[in-house]
Design a protein around this ligand. Sequence first.
Ligand code: KG4
Ligand code: ZN
Length: 357
Amino acid sequence: MAGSPVVLGIESSCDETGAGLVRDGVLLGQAVASSMDEHARFGGVVPEIAARAHVHAMAPVVREALDRAGLTLADVGAVAVTAGPGLSGALQVGVAAAKSYAFALGVPLYGVHHLAGHVAAATLEGGPLPNPCVVLIVSGGHTSLLLVRDLARDPIVHLGDTLDDAAGECFDKVARILHLPYPGGPSIDRAARAGDAKAVRLPRPLMGRDDDPYAFSFSGLKTAAARWVEGHRATGAEPHVPDAAAALQEAVADVLTRKAVRACTDHGISTLVVVGGVAANSRVRELAERRCASAGITLRVPPLGLCTDNGAMIAAIGDLLVRSGAEPAPADLSIDPSAPLEYAALTPSAPAVRRAA
Ligand code: KG4
Ligand code: ZN
């Protein structure tokens, strides 16, 4: 086939085994298997269980993605894989699989940063991202405001990061306190529909901070929500779960979207991209839409199914790297469980990125 190659993307950094096929910015097919149900009774991801589930799911998920795309392995012209950050055993499975496919097919391999994959998910609907754009990345392990230029080539500038918990982590922990089922974010989202966000007063952490205006902090919010719940339980009453969920969701969505819009206006940037698992949250999406519209900012959010971990986003960043002429990974590509987000590709080793002034 003429033009750029079909890129197979493989994701296995946490509890989702994902495979996707992308060519020239177009998603051809994808499949995801989740070990979420196996972790539910432990209230969080058990790394050993996740790794074992990836081993079982990997080949069937790749086959299913190919079937959905109407392709075979012989059509794959490059392989991209999440090399970090994530759970080390889980990452190992994906990287071993990707190396095997690339070696067996005789095609180049790209080791990519999981979060750059989340950003690239936003290109699968609506096309390439404008250069520059502001990206709010909100997942279970990360919350950052980024200045992104050419995602495949340029260093990613961190405007602000969370000082403690990530937004998703805050949802997950408070959901546990409220006895809502794992994973907590979607449970909070569902419970909040029947709640009144004004019924519980929760703080808006770091809102007025001018020395580091794009920094986030969610651990105090989690503590405030936990105190409110404990206060109720101490009196023998059960807290009103929908109200607590709605208030927490409102506080998180308020802080995230306010800071993101401020980052755009401060930097004169007209596009905000919101990605990561928490970008699936209905209130975050709603408030981002409303605030972007009134500030004259174009909002880009991936479709719901591409917000949480998947292989399509890894294929998408792989496709961007291939088309930008990036150097493939060496055959001894290794995982980096705590890789900082500096460049989209995790290899070759990139110079440290400076924080924006
Ligand atoms: O990006 P992701 O799938 O995995 C990581 O890279 O961490 O994000 C998972 C996080 C979890 O904390 C989960 O609770 C949260 O995203 N999440 C949500 C929703 N869907 C997933 N949080 C709030 N509302 C949702 N609808
Ligand atoms: Zn993720």
